[in-house]
Design a protein around this ligand. Sequence first.
Ligand code: ATP
Length: 447
Amino acid sequence: MTHADAATPTPTGDEGLMEKIVNLCKRRGFVFPSAEIYGGFRSTYDYGPLGVNMLRNVKNAWWRSMVQLRDDVVGLDAAILSPPAVWEASGHLKNFSDPLVDCLKCHSRWRADKIDGVCPNCGSTEFTESRAFNLMFKTHAGPLENEGAVAYLRPETAQGMFVNFMNVLQTTRKKPPFGIAQVGKSFRNEITPQNFVFRTREFEQMEMEYFVPPAEADQWFEYWLAERFSWYLDLGIPREKIRLRHHEKDELSHYSTATADVEFLFPWGWDELEGIANRTDYDLRAHSEASGERLEYFDQASGERYFPFVIEPAAGATRTMMAFLLAAYDEDQVGGEARTVLHLDWRIAPTQVAVLPLSKKETLEPSAREVLGMLQPHFFCDYDVTQSIGRRYRRQDEVGTPWCVTVDFDSLEDRAVTVRDRDTTEQVRVPIDGLVSELRRRSGQAG
Ligand code: ATP
């Protein structure tokens, strides 16, 4: 194998980047339009074999940093369907709406705060008065479609944490400051879903409610801004593509006294990845009043009873995965040949190691399968015997696989394989018995 030439980066502007990502996602099995054989369904998407791995990795990286590596945060997985009482108390039935306008000329419908007074469809500037359009999906639980059977699909995961506040407090013996984290699907009947998986009606969130003594709320708000910001940097978002933006007073949600967004520089400009809010004691008080249960913390040491304040970092998993793809995309030259490469951090790459027998000859298969079996418990692996080795490297580069392991005829003699690095394209020979520890070392894990 001779193509160990260093990669020469060539700058890629943002022109056409979205289109390239959308095409790559479809062509390589990250994201498919939903119900495509029936013409697709209203901006919903399905995650294919690579996308599902990558999305899982994003969620796992979040869970690891927010729950696994901390002793002050516990997890929860609450139901998606919930009764109107929850959303009545939380204020969502009344307030969770966007301003809807109809274009008077072409009759298309838009979210008034997103179009600058000009119809994106026909250019008209004449609209109906704006009216509040509630974003929650309403359905019926059970066989009767009457008012008593109304249920809602949750528009955020957060309320699951508030209604379970006492259950978690009593079963874990945690005391403020402590958090409850949840990852899962949320649903919003968005007026104009757009920009691929950036805004969809069905999406995944990663949210954590951090309950603190009220006097400490400001300090924990600052703490979580810094913590969450560094999570994106650590996973490879370049510093110049990410910023924090504090909300103006008139932008705040009905429950918040301070909010800042983590924003990413998307091809269309800065836009939100995550909102970090001081939700005060709004939700716990509201659910206490509505349910009659006292959702307070009783501090035995001081004899004090109080409603904790809540600091909430709320991120979108699907939106974040898209930002990682956009940030990682690059086109460069290897040995005079153009290649597309995703410089993904190994922790979120959908395939972390590809095992590639040099030839289809059956003599290589037992060794290649042995290597695959050694790696699979530690990494998401792919096994590919089709096409030339150079083509296979390119295919792996294009989906961001950090390492390719090639098993060749010498491997049968020297029990060693070639490890190729995606970013440098450097190739080194590594003994099969030391392969797992070599890759664990390269990925920054213990040997
Ligand atoms: P926006 O102003 O973009 O509608 P929001 O401020 O209402 O979003 P939050 O309620 O703060 O969003 O939700 C937290 C996170 O959930 C967002 O930062 C985003 O990453 C994600 N999210 C919200 N709505 C959607 C959606 N329709 N599609 C994909 N992700 C979403």
